[in-house]
Design a protein around this ligand. Sequence first.
Ligand SMILES: NC(=O)c1ccc[n+]([C@@H]2O[C@H](COP(=O)([O-])OP(=O)(O)OC[C@H]3O[C@@H](n4cnc5c(N)ncnc54)[C@H](O)[C@@H]3O)[C@@H](O)[C@H]2O)c1
Length: 354
Amino acid sequence: MPIRVGVIGVGSIAEIAHLPNYRKNDQVVLAAVADFNEQRAQSVANKFGVAAAYTDVEQMLANENIDAVSICTPNTSHVPLALTAIRHGVDVLLEKPLSTDYSEAKALVAEAEKANRICMIGMPHRFRNQARALKHLVDAGELGDIYYVKAKILRRRGTPTGWFTDRSKSGGGSLMDIGVHALDLAWWITGMQKPAKISGQLVQGIGKYNTLMTGRWKSADAANQDNSVFDVEDFSTAYIRFENGMVLSLEVSWALNGPQDDAVKVDAYGTKGGISLEPLCYYGEHNQVFGEAKLDVVSNDFYEEEINHFVDCVVRRSTPLIPPSQGAAVVQMLSGIRQSSELRREVDVEEIEV
Ligand SMILES: NC(=O)c1ccc[n+]([C@@H]2O[C@H](COP(=O)([O-])OP(=O)(O)OC[C@H]3O[C@@H](n4cnc5c(N)ncnc54)[C@H](O)[C@@H]3O)[C@@H](O)[C@H]2O)c1
């Protein structure tokens, strides 16, 4: 029997990644969508052949006998909507970041566990074959002890339009939006070590700009398309010390006066070897001679793999690749970076509240 899936918030990411891939999956019936914007809910439902469109999430959950939902709304609504879905006995795929508030993230972990619901955080880069190949080498011990990791995504001009720059909806700027991808990926590849101390700096450097002919992510919501509400950072950097002695440096920007580069970069250095995501490479030494192995990996549709993995977990009742506990651990680090920036000093992880 296929599972009945609902999608909550049918904006850009729902339309690009969630709805088309659910539609392709023969274990799924796309039962309903829900969006504040009635016209959009209906037009997206029509486009993807979804039978029912709602403006009220509770009503959708009460009427449609839904098994699982994707939550694709702005960040600050993620946890409240996930808790609503869980209360209705529904499994949840939650877009990143899980939350921008650590105590809220912990509440979701506890509720999902108590209710025995499958809950997965949408971190699509973990499904990239290139990232999987690097993790495979790390897990096989090819790096030895990893002591330094670099994670970055530095765009020249790539500030998203819409609610992303409005802290009341986004909970934060580039760090919460794209920094979460780089940090999660680097942390996951290098074995999800326990953080100990965090130092960070958040800056609104460029802010709103009018640079012509540049690409950027566009929210499907008409509000704030001119970024007139801009009360978040567009640049952040951090230095995280882990309990095992490893350190991670993070650099994130939506807009920075440097080369244009939209790619997530991860480099890790160990006692035996090193890896790089861009270019995809393993650095080692054999018989006292340097080696630089270009890894040959086919590219895959990682959004499709993310959706298919979530559906499989729901069907088989298995633990997803990104359980909420891992999403919450990343939120704790993101919160620590913000807290350190506000306090202008390094923070211990025990100090991190929100
Ligand atoms: N995984 C990725 O690569 C990726 C990429 C972009 C965005 N995202 C994440 O996806 C989420 C959505 O981003 P987007 O760019 O699609 O936003 P969007 O503004 O395009 O779409 C959000 C939609 O949610 C609706 N909405 C807002 N609050 C709602 C609520 N409480 N109930 C029902 N509908 C509601 C809005 O009307 C809108 O249609 C964000 O959390 C973002 O961080 C993930």
